[in-house]
Design a protein. Structure first.
Length: 181
């Protein structure tokens, strides 16, 4: 007696699919994790709207990080040598970068001495104020369930870069000595 082996018919185009024997009525339904061909799954239910506190978690987390940084700089005086690294540009070339005096400015700002903060780094103080405005807009839009994006025309980014460059150059020239820390 010879046994005949029958092969499953192979598709003529595409890749070969494995042969599956038809299920009998006694076999249980296939597990949802196994793939048994295309199926139409029900659409997922929309997520319930997040609460106000949950929506505000990221802006509040950013604020917590900024407050922690200002608390640290307010506690550990940058005017005392050894606590913070020296600006490498100032150390090796004697030139003030746009950020020189920023930590001392933050220390004065954290202690409420706005005049000293402006004298140490006026650009940094402008950055603190700009951050406060942008953060407030971000939080208010987030609490109302609206997206927050900063879309500026490239000319504005170039203008910001030009202001930072001018500030960095001017504070190293005799006429801009008031901007030096």
């Amino acid at each position: 007696m010879t046994d005949k082996l029958t092969a499953a018919p192979q598709p003529t185009t595409g890749t070969a699919a494995p042969h599956r024997e038809p299920r009998s009525a006694a076999e249980p339904e296939a597990d949802a994790r196994s793939w048994s061909g295309p199926r139409s799954w029900p659409a997922p239910e929309p997520a319930p709207p997040a609460g106000r506190l949950r929506r505000a978690a990221v802006p509040l987390g950013v604020l917590a990080g900024v407050v922690a940084a200002f608390a640290y700089v307010g506690t550990v005086d940058p005017n005392t040598p050894g606590h913070y690294p020296v600006c490498p540009l100032l150390r090796y070339s004697g030139i003030y970068c746009p950020g020189c005096g920023g930590l001392r400015s933050a220390h004065a700002f954290a202690h409420g001495d706005l005049g000293a903060a402006l004298g140490l780094n006026a650009l940094a103080v402008a950055g603190y104020v700009l951050f406060a405005v942008v953060w407030t807009v971000w939080l208010s839009r987030t609490l109302r369930g609206r997206a927050f994006t900063i879309r500026l025309h490239p000319a504005y980014w170039w203008a910001i870069g030009a202001v930072v460059l001018f500030f960095g150059v001017a504070r190293n020239l005799p006429f801009g000595s008031a901007l030096a820390p």
